[in-house]
Design a protein around this ligand. Sequence first.
Ligand code: NAD
Ligand code: COI
Length: 332
Amino acid sequence: KKIFAFSIRKDEEPYVKEWAKDHPEVEVEYTDELLTPETAAKAKGADGVVVYQQLDYTPETLQALADEGITKMSLRNVGVDNIDMAKAKELGFEITNVPVYSPNAIAEHAAIQTARILRQTKVLDEKIANGDLRWAPTIGREVRDQTVGVIGTGHIGRVYMQIMEGFGAKVIAYDPFENPELKKQGYYVDSLDDLYAQADVVSLHVPATKENFHMIDKDAIAKMKDNVVIVNCSRGALVDTDAVIEGLDSGKIFGFIMDTYEDEVGIFNEDWRGKDFPDKRLKDLIDRSNVLVTPHTAFYTTHAVRNMVLNAFDNNLELINGEEADTPVKVG
Ligand code: NAD
Ligand code: COI
């Protein structure tokens, strides 16, 4: 049996080696190159592939893998929104993901950034770097004084709720599929409108489905409280960036936390030093003192990366062995 892995970073390599050592019956090969129509042939002879990338899995890319006889593909991440599912179905792909590699990684990042924006740490850092050590007017808001509205109470949303409660916030939530335990404890409001009307912080923890595209748009922002903080550590497509910029300009939005950006593909996780920055709108956001941009790094912890690699290889072996996969992705 042979598994080929694409786009293995240096920080993932030890875990690939760890898995290979524990599975001497499987031949493991890998490359640091992304999976594209051109590189797919590197997997020749493999029974399955382990992949991760923010690039789209286009029909051409999937076809190139299928041309090598490979249709068992295991993602090292959660999101599957960049896979052309119609083509994957047509080609008979079996796909797995790693839905729960470390919800804490993302929730913790979102919570840290929430606390930072409320205490205006970016403004303070900039002031201090310029020799301005005065307090005013950079006064903080305490987390315990905030009502935090969590949209999506899945794995990540639930951990974010716990952390924010630990800080003393009042937490409310909305999810069309209510968690029975959370429901008993009275966290849920009846609608997104209710959440917008009450929340000082609105944090998104939902997938980028067609229905959720630009769920945070001009109308949604208009329904939110003045001085709201919006947190998007989920997917760029959930937020209409222009509407947020309008809200920042008008002063309606106190702060915006973006770990994801609707046009991030080809920009995030690249080194732009000494080069022309390719996205003016993003540069404008990065330059604002009340916007905290991180390049989709919420997931990026040692704990998460180890689980992503080990679980993806386990999943791919399950597919190759014809076993029922633990975490299959619905193809189609
Ligand atoms: P999950 O599937 O466990 O939970 C998602 C929840 O969202 C579900 O309970 C679902 O019912 C709910 N939901 C869907 N649409 C909704 C809507 N319109 N309003 C309210 N609730 C809605 O997923 P998770 O593991 O908690 O991950 C959430 C998202 O986080 C992922 O889909 C992914 O986009 C994102 N993510 C980001 C990073 C990162 O590094 N920034 C890493 C992993 C995942
Ligand atoms: C996911 O797991 O879906 C993420 O968003 C993290 C990814 C950038 C590795």
